[in-house]
Design a protein around this ligand. Structure first.
Ligand code: FEO
Length: 387
């Protein structure tokens, strides 16, 4: 059995077959749906798992139970990757009760047609639940990632059950060559990014707790070096700059805009830029591009005029950033257009709702091929963005 502490066991599952998480995110390293059981005088199970893994999860639970019977199913989050096996659990253990927020019970009815009126305990911020030696306290975490979310603090083992927060893409037994932060960042900005203020509010509540272990609903249990993870979450939830450097995002139809981007990349490096992260929006993973836009404080957008607008991948990218609450960045624009270039103006308009965006005065205007004049403009843009 996989013990988190003496009394808390991991009973989650790994998914290697998922094509798109939440219908949109590629998961080359698979995905984990975490669930835990707290074994005390009373027994509490923390969330269920995705619909395809009910039997495997139940087998993990039975192994941990060693013949005992759970008293509570704590439903922290109603998204189906965690809630799909509620009815399986409730049928298997007819004496068990569900502990969840009022909103979660409404969602239960909406998703699964049942809200367990006679088998429920409605919890909210500050509600306490004693399992015997283990004292649980619930922490409301609206919009991290849905409005019904409760997180749970076990003050006995000093374990923080953080729901989707501190999660990441990737199955638990797949080595992540890039470490925890890369897929955790892509996950955070893709899934929670828009709700930085709400996530920050939860971090403030967590700061008042003595936490030795974080048990998220995805990704590994975090025990070592907690300040590292908390610091990253503090940066991400406040839209801070994590890495010094410039992120460059481009689209290119015939290679001319790409050529200009390569010249810019060289110039930025020559001028001492510590890191230049270049992404081709037509070919690179959108969620990876979004996380880079949040990671760096300085961003260059380069695209072509297209149908009197901008190239579709750039439009999607900027709209996605805007929808995710992207803000506080210094932005330089490069446009290409053979007869009526309008891309810079369109990009600026699309960024209107991104708070505290500062545009460079320097811009690059290419009229098809890259000219000597363009190279001078690129040089000026590189100089100004690095200031
Ligand atoms: Fe992992 Fe928001 O569900």
């Amino acid at each position: 059995m996989n013990h988190v502490t003496k009394d808390i066991c991991y009973i989650g599952v790994n998914d290697y077959d998922l094509d798109l998480f939440e219908g949109q995110y590629i998961v080359p390293l698979g995905m984990a749906y975490n669930s835990y059981v707290i074994l005390d005088e009373k027994i509490a199970v923390m969330d269920t798992v995705d619909q395809h893994f009910g039997e495997e999860w139940l087998a993990n639970l039975q192994e941990a139970l060693e013949g005992r019977v759970p008293d509570y199913l704590i439903v922290q989050h109603m998204e189906p990757d965690h809630s799909a096996n509620i009815s399986l659990f409730m049928e298997k253990f007819p004496a068990a009760r569900i502990v969840a927020s009022a909103k979660a019970f409404t969602m239960m009815k909406n998703f699964y047609g049942i809200e367990y009126e006679d088998r429920r305990i409605v919890a909210a911020e500050g509600t306490e639940l004693s399992l015997g030696a283990h004292a649980l306290r619930f922490i409301a975490a609206p919009m991290v990632h849905w409005p019904e979310v409760l997180m749970t603090y076990d003050s006995t083992d000093k374990v923080f059950f953080s729901a989707d927060a501190f999660g990441k893409f990737g199955a638990l037994d797949r080595e992540d060559p890039e470490g925890w932060a890369c897929e955790a960042r892509r996950y955070y900005f893709g899934i929670v990014g828009k709700y930085g203020a709400q996530a920050q509010a939860v971090l403030k509540k967590a700061a008042a707790l003595d936490i030795q272990t974080i048990c998220p609903l995805h990704g590994p249990v975090l025990k070592e070096d907690l300040p590292y993870y908390l610091n990253l979450y503090n940066i991400w939830t406040t839209y801070g700059v994590e890495t010094e450097g410039v992120a460059v995002f481009y689209t290119s139809v015939y290679g001319n805009t790409e050529k200009a981007v390569k010249i810019l990349e060289e110039k930025l490096k020559e001028k001492g830029c510590p890191k230049v992260a270049v992404s081709d929006l037509a070919r690179d993973d959108l969620a990876e591009c979004v996380e880079d836009a949040f990671r760096y404080g300085k961003v260059i957008l380069a695209t072509t005029t297209y149908n009197a607008d901008i190239f579709p991948f750039m439009r999607t990218f900027i709209q996605t950033l805007s929808e995710h609450g992207w803000r506080g960045r210094k932005v330089g624009l490069m446009e290409n257009g053979s007869w009526a270039p309008t891309a810079a103006k369109v990009m600026k308009g699309l960024l209107e709702n991104c708070k505290d965006t500062v545009f460079t005065e320097s811009q690059v205007k290419i009229l098809s091929g890259v000219t000597e004049e363009n190279i001078a403009q690129i040089d000026a843009l590189a100089e100004e963005i690095l200031k």
